[in-house]
Design a binder for this molecule. Structure first.
Ligand SMILES: Cc1cc2nc3c(=O)[nH]c(=O)nc-3n(C[C@H](O)[C@H](O)[C@H](O)COP(=O)(O)OP(=O)(O)OC[C@H]3O[C@@H](n4cnc5c(N)ncnc54)[C@H](O)[C@@H]3O)c2cc1C
Length: 377
């Protein structure tokens, strides 16, 4: 994608809002700010489109939010998913899932970025930002440098972002035993139609989901020590799939990429003119397929808080309270699942229960992936 502007010399010095990171959270935030008439700059470190490690399963809450915001077109080409097949220790259980789509992150993130741009946000790609609490943003595109300032800055730079790393107020608290993510896209399929297959072992889990065009997404969350012990990420992923007994294997053309540790939280998610949202505010684990949904929802809500920072009606603590009210319960449930899937005996017991009483599986899976659909007050 070409940059607007093509180099940093032409980038204005003053903005109402700067948004750092063009994942789902940042693009939705920039789009909402631009729709409200604020002069908004969206800064993305990578060129777009870009690959992002993700299982690509968008839950009903995320779909509903995109539809409500008039962005249903960004889901063109997504694959409907209606079944979760869980495999572990040679056994399997199947659970119906309510409304979920298999999306290519390369396509979705580009579509959301384009929507933000069409709404009036200025977009700069291949540019890394470094942000201070007073709204100063140092932009770096290759050898080019420029400092701009904003009345509100939204940090949506994900787990791997470093835009506020220099500021101890925003330090991460990484949970002990945190897994790391792995993922890739392969050209061959192998997943049953409309199904997500999850292979679980003590060292982590590997998930498969179909993508448009006969492709397949592979995503995993694994213990980093187990990768070292196994002698590599691919070997460990193969072992997990083999242990699970799932009738699927890792295709030869699969190139796995990694992420930083997953289960973490920030010390704080707001200070001065800075608000933090999406994965950049905290994440649990991907098993329940909710990260994109949380990112989309907090992007929407954070834009409203940034607007308050711009017009002077924001009060300290407002954003922190809103994040815990919107996501607190869902993230606690996700933590519970995280502990459950790390215990093979419990996984076996749950699978046995689902086989005997199938409605339980549907009732439990229906609890995940919901977010409130109220507009951002
Ligand atoms: C293995 C795995 C599987 C997953 N599976 C699912 C799933 O099936 N369903 C689901 O809903 N979620 C899933 N997730 C979670 C989901 O991928 C994230 O929750 C979601 O991408 C968060 O969106 P975001 O916009 O907050 O951040 P991101 O999507 O990470 O976007 C952050 C952006 O910021 C940019 N950036 C970073 N630093 C800077 C900087 N300094 N300056 C400018 N730009 C910067 C990055 O290049 C990136 O484009 C999974 C995650 C993992 C690791």
């Amino acid at each position: 994608m070409s940059c607007v502007p093509a180099n940093l010399d032409r980038c204005a010095r003053q903005w109402d809002a700067v948004v750092v990171g063009a994942g789902p959270c940042g693009s939705i935030a920039a789009l909402q700010l631009a729709r409200r008439g604020l002069r908004t700059l969206l800064v993305e470190r990578s060129d777009m489109p870009r690959f992002k490690v993700c299982g690509g399963c968008l839950a009903h809450g995320g779909i509903a939010t995109l539809e409500r915001l008039g962005l249903a077109h960004t889901l063109a080409g997504a694959e409907p998913l209606n079944r979760l097949v869980v495999c572990s220790d040679g056994r399997s259980a199947s659970v119906p899932i309510s409304r979920m789509l298999g999306v290519s992150r390369t396509d979705l993130d580009l579509a959301l970025l384009s929507a933000a741009r069409q709404a009036g946000a200025d977009v700069i790609v291949r540019t890394a930002a470094n942000v201070d609490q007073d709204g100063t943003c140092r932009l770096r595109m290759g050898a080019d440098r420029r400092t701009v300032s904003a009345r509100a800055v939204i940090i949506a730079d994900g787990l791997g972002g470093a835009s506020v790393r220099h500021d101890p107020a925003f330090a991460w608290r990484v949970q002990s035993g945190s897994k790391i993510g792995l993922g890739g896209v392969c050209t061959q399929g192998g997943c049953p139609d409309a199904s997500v297959v999850m292979c679980i072992a003590r060292e982590g889990y590997v998930g498969f989901a179909p993508l448009q065009g006969g492709r397949m997404l592979v995503a995993a969350a694994v213990d980093p020590k187990a990768i070292r012990d196994a002698g590599g990420a691919r070997i460990l992923a193969e072992r997990i799939v083999e242990f699970s007994g799932a009738p699927i294997c890792l295709p030869c053309d699969l190139e796995l990429r990694g992420t930083p540790t997953l289960t973490r939280k920030r010390n704080r998610v707001e200070a001065g003119r800075v608000l933090i949202a999406g994965d950049a505010a905290g994440y649990v684990e991907p098993f329940t397929g909710e990260g994109m949904t949380w990112a989309i929802r907090t992007g929407e809500l954070c834009a409203r808080q940034a607007e308050k920072l711009v017009d002077g009606t924001f009060s300290a603590g407002q954003w922190s309270r809103l994040v815990s009210r919107e996501l607190g319960a869902a993230q606690r449930r996700c933590q519970l699942v995280r502990h459950l899937v790390a215990r093979p005996a419990l996984v076996r017991a749950c699978m046995g229960l689902i086989r005997v009483l199938p409605p339980i599986g549907g009732a439990v899976s229906g609890r995940f992936g919901r977010v409130a659909q109220g507009g951002a007050a």
